[in-house]
Design a protein around this ligand. Structure first.
Ligand code: NAP
Length: 285
């Protein structure tokens, strides 16, 4: 029923704005050597923004390690990444952001299996959404969003930051926040993303003297399964820019943020929202 209502609402918006339906068109991917010899651990790299970040990092010379909750999805993602990047070094491991007690063991396994490479980039991308209203939120909904998006990120970062500090690795940590990180926070998702933005600042201060640069990127509504569920229409009349971001746009900006081009940016959140959240905050639907 809610699917029908959503479709009707979307249809009315299109008519009101006299907007032709734009189909999903990938933007060009930034390519070069910005991340040559770098090794990046990307959580939630099996689809959407995480997958696009893995793809863009590879196109800029990095070795990538993706994580997710299911080995079959990881294998599928690696197969697809390899199709266009046959010589790229790509690894994939199960690592569930909800299972904090198993994180050390999983991370040690990754370090042991990547052939003595030094991980010098962590991208905390894994996340889920739940749009249940304040009035209908259950403890279970709240915990699953906070645990995946915030608690899991916090504890995995602790493990990876310690590894970087112990090995004197002057690397980068990039957290994927959201336009929700500046909206009035009333859902667990918005609260989690405020937390990520705040954690970015605190962590940057903690790690600055160790040569580790910490930033966050805040995508606005982006054309991934999280919001579009396979739909390829990127129109979004409620966004100031009128459309969804593409994962490739977010990924190209991420390349820059973890590269040496951005060394002077620290503790910051780059709003890549097409205006959502920073020009308007009532575009959450
Ligand atoms: N799409 C948007 O509009 C938007 C806007 C702003 C911010 N973001 C943020 O961008 C990030 C990526 O989202 P997306 O849009 O790319 O969604 P997506 O396509 O659904 O991808 C989510 C990724 O997170 C992984 N994941 C989910 N739960 C996990 C867990 N417990 N442990 C490890 N991995 C887990 C998924 O892997 P498996 O399913 O294989 O486990 C998948 O790779 C999220 O942090 C999201 O909040 C998205």
């Amino acid at each position: 029923m809610s699917k029908i209502l959503r479709a009707l609402r979307k249809g009315f918006r299109e008519i009101l704005r006299y907007n032709p339906i734009k189909k999903y068109v990938p933007v060009p991917v930034l390519e070069g050597e910005l991340l040559k010899d770098r090794v990046a651990l990307i959580t939630g790299g099996t689809s959407g923004i995480g997958y696009a970040i893995a793809y863009s990092f590879i196109k800029n010379g990095a070795c990538v390690i993706i994580t997710g909750r299911s080995q079959s999805k990881i294998d599928e993602a690696i197969k697809n990444l390899k199709k266009e990047n046959a010589n790229a070094e790509i690894y994939g491991f199960e690592l569930d952001n909800n299972k904090v007690s198993k994180m050390s063991e999983s991370f040690n396994r990754i370090v042991n299996e990547i052939d003595k490479k030094k991980i010098d980039i962590l991208v905390n991308n894994a996340g889920i959404i739940n749009k249940t209203s304040f009035w209908n939120a259950s403890e279970e909904d709240f915990d699953s969003v906070i645990n995946t998006n915030l608690k899991g990120t916090y504890f995995l970062t602790k493990i990876v930051a310690k590894y970087m500090v112990d090995n004197k690795i002057e690397g980068n940590i990039l957290n994927v926040s959201s336009s929700s990180s500046v909206r009035p926070a009333i859902t667990s998702y918005q609260l989690a993303k405020w937390g990520i933005r705040a954690f970015t600042k605190g962590l940057a201060k903690e790690l600055c003297s160790k040569g580790i640069v910490v930033n966050s990127i805040a995508p606005g509504p982006t054309a991934t399964d999280m919001l579009l569920d396979g739909d390829d229409n990127i129109n979004r009349p409620s966004s100031p820019i009128g459309r969804y971001a593409t994962p490739e746009e977010i990924a190209s900006l991420s390349v820059i943020l973890v590269s040496n081009l951005a060394k002077m940016i620290d503790g910051d959140t780059l709003m890549a929202t097409g205006g959502c959240g920073n020009l308007t905050y009532d575009d959450w639907d």
